[in-house]
Write a protein that binds this ligand. Sequence first.
Ligand code: GAP
Length: 438
Amino acid sequence: MTNKKTQDLMEKLVSLCKRRGFIFQSSEIYGGINSCWDYGPLGVELKNNIKSYWWKSMTQFRDDIEGIDASILMHPLVWVTSGHVESFADPMVDCKSCKMRFRAEEVEGEKCPDCGGELTETRQFNLMFKTHMGAVEDEASVVYLRPETAQGIYVNFLNVLGPSRQKLPFGIAQIGKAFRNEISPGNFIFRSREFEQMEMQYFIHPREDEKWIEYWKEERIRWYHNLGIRKENLRFHLHDKKELAFYAKIAYDVEYNFPFSWKEIEGIHNRTDYDLSRHTQATAKDLTYFDDQTKDRFIPYIIETSAGVDRTMLVCLIDGYYEEVVKGEERTVLRLDPKIAPIKAGIYPLVKRDNMPEVAKKIEDLLRPHFKVFYDEGGAIGRRYRRQDEVGTPFGITVDSQTLEDETVTLRERDSMEQIRVKIDDLVGVLNKKIWGI
Ligand code: GAP
């Protein structure tokens, strides 16, 4: 894709997201705040549906993963123990004239890319946000906004293991906010300073690490395929030594072919016994596991799958965005998988008379307990369809004169635009089958 096209696609997407209520710049009426985003009525539905599908895939469709929801603020020593205070940093340079800060790797030559000014020496810039807890603002009251959700899982390893009565291998899953004072945020919601992660830590016997990392690679890529992301736009990237995070022995990124280049959407890491060993040393709490079959006692290894909610959402929007000409008319369509589409069906009386709106309203009442639907009686039917195509609504239900005779409606599919007739009484079942396959 050329740069122009790339820019066009991102610009069109940002504009659609604003216009149709998916994503707004944070604090927009104050001029906005860099790298923070607000999710509007359709955006929050899409985001919640992505999270819910991940959550179900981890904690409902299988029996070896438990969920938790840990707090964002943790004991500050957690981040010393985890290595983040010391090592969670990017090398950066500052411009002495315009004061802009750049990642050292992004600067070619010795001058500021913006104003040509002189640059400082490279320094390590810690990405954690700090704040203070309690009434006094001093060094002793410093706490951090978590830069990853993972630590909330490690410190709760024993708390979950006991009540859940799980045996190795088993996992703990969590969805939640994370914060990083990124030096160069950008590309819309791709890199921001406040974002959400969907992380799962899978506790295993150390000798099985190679088997489980392969297993989780396959599971996770399949999850993106099941979200309808095109296979040719996904790949793995194996980290070389230079790229490896300080806690990882082996790491793969799931990458997506973004308009601005292939970029990471999820990290799959072999974190070994790094985290549990460090927490054991720091707290003197025994975080070992006793295998009552083999009578083995050991600190479990951890295979981590760490996905970004916001990045997954951006992938769904980009991958699903199409502009096409149908019967001489242009339409924009978001081919979102029905599982995650914000609105599942539009409901339309063909005309605003002959009892059609009343029947359509009854259908709305019938469907609302099961699905998020949208009732629309204004304007030509083609325009109403296209307004919903643009926000990814997979089905359109139209009440017409035949409905009044035989209690059937037309069910239009967003992608093929094919229409079939369905009995009103069968709508819930037909939609469930089409959305969930059940
Ligand atoms: N616990 C491991 C961990 O946090 P990571 O590779 O640093 O690993 C995992 O982050 C995922 O979190 C990334 O693949 C990405 O989807 C998301 N992520 C990280 N930084 C982000 C940012 N600044 N903005 C949006 N998403 C981000």
